[in-house]
Design a protein around this ligand. Structure first.
Ligand SMILES: Cc1ncc(C[n+]2csc(CCOP(=O)(O)OP(=O)(O)O)c2C)c(N)n1
Length: 369
């Protein structure tokens, strides 16, 4: 017998539970209000409210790397917020299921919903995402079940590490010889004697610094999806609560994901630490000043978001303190390391996100998929 129209969110939620979905990330939406309420009330589900929908792409990638299956709930206007970050799903081919309630279609009262509503399916397809529609309550159960089956099939293709190539000349500008910590020494110190530590790096220089300290099966390097390093770290931290997780990123990358600090502040994973290598510059793109050069304090944002500890670090004692706290899982913690704005030779990590995905999953003891 078909479910009455008002019950479809209940049907949706029980379908997710049966399929072993264990985490639900969402930006609140009236259409999903009932499913969100059910998820919040279910003890076996970790719910993660987001400040913006793209955080959910990074979060679910990290959660899945760590062995936790999830879905992302949003309304149609949230799809527009996800576009750049969908590069992460497209490149690494993570199982990603987004359940979108539609606005801007039949009998819409608010015309501001119409542009994004009309662009949802085409823009998702352009980013390599398959789309299906539930037109009636009866469609919901088979559609969600089918979509979960397709996304869980994953991909088992194994690859060797692809050799990346520099896409431009080293050194667009000569950096000024300011004072500051040596960024490579900071990263080496943080990773010294690592034991079970999982590392996620933001695009550009922080990835090169981490690679320069030695490649590792438990390293996951981002080459895009700017602003997502912290959310990938959050997913891993919640999925692997017994392991320390370290995000190493730049001031520019973290500034693009400031909302993620609020999302992490709500979850408060003790095993998550964020190391921001703050050269007060966008190093990768030519050393333009970032907002931290004008005095914006990312550590104070983290503190205001409820992190267990947050610090601005200018000396070796501060580096050692951060290393101790991350190893002891005293987080969530965030350290802003004030590093010199140097332009060091690039040490390029593997660029193939599928290879990196399989490598990390295997190192954590999971089937590759
Ligand atoms: C959405 C998006 N906007 C802009 C860029 C261009 N971009 C690539 S790296 C980068 C700067 C990274 O700066 P930061 O995180 O501070 O690292 P640094 O190299 O300075 O250590 C920018 C702006 C991008 N990749 N994606």
């Amino acid at each position: 017998m078909s479910a009455p129209a008002t019950d479809w969110p209940d049907v949706l939620f029980s379908t997710l539970l049966e399929a072993d979905v264990r985490t639900v990330a969402y930006v609140p939406d009236a259409g999903h209000a009932r499913a969100i309420e059910l998820a919040e009330a279910e003890a076996s589900i970790t719910t993660v409210p987001l400040t913006t929908e793209e955080e959910g792409i990074g979060y679910l990638a990290g959660a899945w790397l760590g062995g936790l299956r999830g879905v992302l709930l949003m309304q149609s206007s949230g799809v527009g917020n996800c576009i750049n970050t969908l590069a992460l799903a497209a490149q690494a081919r993570f199982p990603l299921l987004m359940l979108v309630t539609m606005r801007g279609e039949w009998a819409e009262q608010n015309p501001w919903q119409n542009p994004a509503g009309g662009a949802v399916e085409q823009s998702l397809r352009l980013m390599g995402v398959r789309t299906w529609r539930a037109e009636s309550a009866d469609d919901v159960e088979p559609l969600v079940r089918g979509a979960l089956a397709m996304t869980s099939a994953g991909d088992n293709e194994r690859r060797g590490p692809a050799r990346p190539a520099l896409d431009r000349e080293q050194g667009l500008v000569t950096p000024p010889a300011d004072e500051g910590l040596d960024r490579r020494a900071v990263v080496r110190a943080l990773l010294d004697g690592r034991d079970g530590l999982v590392v996620v790096t933001g695009l550009g220089s922080p990835s090169y610094d981490t690679m320069a300290a030695g490649d590792h099966d438990l390293n996951y390097y981002l080459w895009g999806a700017m602003g997502s390093a912290a959310t990938v770290g959050l997913g891993l931290a919640l999925a692997q609560p017994e392991r320390p997780v370290l995000v190493i990123t730049g001031d520019g990358e973290q500034l693009m994901g400031l909302g993620a600090l609020a999302t992490i502040g709500v979850q408060r994973p003790a095993n998550l630490t964020i190391a921001v290598l703050d050269n007060e510059r966008y190093g990768e793109t030519g050393m333009q000043h970032s907002h931290t050069a004008a005095g914006v304090r990312i550590d104070q944002v983290a503190a205001a978001c409820g992190f267990a500890w947050a610090a601005e670090v200018r000396d070796d004692a501060g580096v050692e303190d951060a290393r101790r706290r991350l190893t002891a899982c005293e987080g969530p913690g965030l350290a802003v390391f004030k590093v010199a704005p140097t332009d060091l030779p690039r040490v390029l990590p593997p660029i193939d996100a599928v290879y990196l995905k399989h490598r990390l999953r295997l190192a954590l003891g999971f089937a590759p998929r």
